[in-house]
Design a protein around this ligand. Sequence first.
Ligand SMILES: CC(C)(COP(=O)(O)OP(=O)(O)OC[C@H]1O[C@@H](n2cnc3c(N)ncnc32)[C@H](O)[C@@H]1OP(=O)(O)O)[C@@H](O)C(=O)NCCC(=O)NCCS
Length: 152
Amino acid sequence: MGNLIIYKLSKKNRYLEEIANLLVNNNSTFFGDFSKEKVTRRLEYEVNSKDYIHYIARVNKEPVGFLFVKIRMLNRDYELMVYVKSGQRKKGIASSLIKRAICDAKKNGEEEVCGYIDPTNEISKSLAKKMGFSIDDKIYPFRDGYRASMNL
Ligand SMILES: CC(C)(COP(=O)(O)OP(=O)(O)OC[C@H]1O[C@@H](n2cnc3c(N)ncnc32)[C@H](O)[C@@H]1OP(=O)(O)O)[C@@H](O)C(=O)NCCC(=O)NCCS
């Protein structure tokens, strides 16, 4: 696969535009719209917010995947959302991103990480199980998905 590096986006990260390209060019629906300017602005906002953490995976320097953490203070969710560029999948990149996020969450004293899985997304279900998450058997009311969680 080449040299896989996982790193965390920081406030002054000069790669924001590159990450926005990854999101936009691959029709990722993470931000709900696809204008590169809007995605870049949103990322700029998020990297300056305590409610988000962003991890990027690079293979041979090219950004190929990301994991966003959204921290919801209200219901204490530490939610992981992961995406890997098609053509780079099934190489362990999502697993590596998740392991890194879990490792940092533990260090920060989090007690649980979670994710919400679209009921039709069998790959995500399989990924969550493989990583050791427990998946609820009922659809979570406000998220239209199954809640997968792991106690740390
Ligand atoms: C889901 C996704 C992130 C997986 O990324 P990936 O880098 O290919 O995942 P990995 O290579 O680390 O695979 C880990 C496990 O996921 C599952 N998995 C991955 N791809 C799979 C596939 N095509 N079919 C079935 N299971 C699959 C397997 O359990 C796999 O373990 P294995 O390799 O031992 O079989 C990627 O397919 C993706 O970006 N999909 C679109 C976005 C999405 O659905 N994100 C999740 C919602 S937040």
